[in-house]
Write a protein that binds this ligand. Structure first.
Ligand code: ACO
Length: 322
């Protein structure tokens, strides 16, 4: 059998830290409210001249270095992002040239916060089918560029960053299974109200802004993540106690805790970065994975459950033997 395996991880966070205390100066909020409702203490913000491509480049270089892979060996690049540098060319194309990947296939994938899990799933299919040997999968975002800094219900939640993995073909898994879903009926609960084809309303000429009915998103997220972890375990004939680590999308500590409870996992088995990163959308899972690998917590051979939920709604999970 042919499988894909993660052979290297990397990530990058911009230098500027934005604390809850600083946000207290901008909007009617408190450090206590943000910590209690979300678990977030601080987040990173890209420098004015830094783009999604810049963050992705750093994460990708670190992942390729960790994998011991030369750029010429990569034969597919998938970049999960909701915040591309330009409408087109894709950020993946801009990045491919910077990294010197030759003329491999390269595309952006927009599945909001599930972008990395979707990318991992697509990459896994390419490798299993024998169409690709080594694939670079990245999640990179500059979400702070599309926040309304006067809207306390959204501006406290998000941050910027990037994470990446190199996947390679192997005889053993590797990625044991991936599961992706979407339901467009919920598109009005989380997203932007303007865009290129629909046009920009007069009051929104300043740019694209994230709009979210947070508490409604919260309820669907908890319920849906509960179902996707069941689906993933069942597909692999595994029990909850077979898992070593939960590496969840980092949107809200309360959502993460609900999923851990559903899996009977102690919080010691859950990788949490939301306190320091905020919600970095497609970057959050690979950022958390890289932190867990580099800190030595996640070890080779352990079973990891990666999951994400985001705008669309989109959601997905991957069961990985690291
Ligand atoms: N500071 C102080 N008060 C606030 C703030 C703030 N920053 N934001 C909202 N409030 C107020 C509200 O106005 C409301 O006041 P009211 O009761 O007087 O009307 C009160 O706090 C409660 O608001 P809720 O929205 O009900 O608060 P909740 O406990 O649901 O927490 C939150 C809000 C953190 C947004 C939560 O609902 C959440 O995490 N939702 C899910 C987010 C998510 O997972 N998104 C998916 C991924 S994102 C992507 O795909 C890009």
């Amino acid at each position: 059998m042919r499988y894909s395996r993660i052979i290297g991880t990397g990530s990058y966070l911009p230098e500027t830290v934005l604390t809850n205390a600083e946000l207290e100066q901008r909007v009617d909020t408190t450090d206590q409210w943000i910590r209690e409702r979300t678990g977030i203490r601080e987040r990173r913000v890209a420098a004015p001249d830094q783009t999604t491509c810049d963050l992705a480049e750093m994460a990708a270089r670190r992942a390729m270095e960790a994998a011991g892979v030369d750029p010429s060996e990569i034969d597919l690049l998938i970049l999960g992002t909701t915040t591309p540098d330009l409408v087109f060319p894709s950020t993946a194309c801009l990045l491919q040239t910077r990294l010197g990947l030759g003329e491999c296939g390269a595309f952006d994938l927009n599945a909001a916060c599930s972008g990395f899990i979707y990318g991992l799933s697509v990459a896994d299919q390419f490798i299993r089918a024998g169409t690709a040997e080594k694939v670079l999968v990245i999640g990179a975002e500059t979400l702070t560029r599309m926040l309304d800094w006067n809207d306390r219900s959204t501006c406290v939640l998000f941050g910027d960053g990037a994470g990446a993995v190199v996947l390679a073909a192997d005889e053993k898994p590797g990625i044991m299974s991936t599961h992706i879903h979407a339901n467009g009926h919920y598109s009005d609960l989380l997203g932007t109200s303007v865009g290129v084809s629909r046009g920009f309303k007069a009051e929104e000429r300043g740019g694209v802004r994230v709009k979210m009915k947070g508490n409604e998103v919260f309820k669907v997220a908890v319920n849906t993540l509960g179902r996707i972890v069941d689906e993933t375990l069942a597909a692999n004939n595994l029990e909850k106690h077979d898992l070593d680590w939960l590496i969840p999308h980092q949107a809200n500590l309360r959502i993460i805790k609900a999923t851990a409870r559903k899996l009977d996992m102690s919080m010691d088995q859950v990788i949490v970065t939301v306190d320091q990163h905020g919600n970095t959308s497609a970057a959050s899972v690979p950022l958390a994975l890289d932190e867990a690998v580099r800190s030595g917590r996640v070890k080779r051979g352990e079973k990891l459950l990666l999951e994400a939920f985001g705008g669309g709604f989109t959601w997905g999970a991957a069961l990985v033997r690291y």
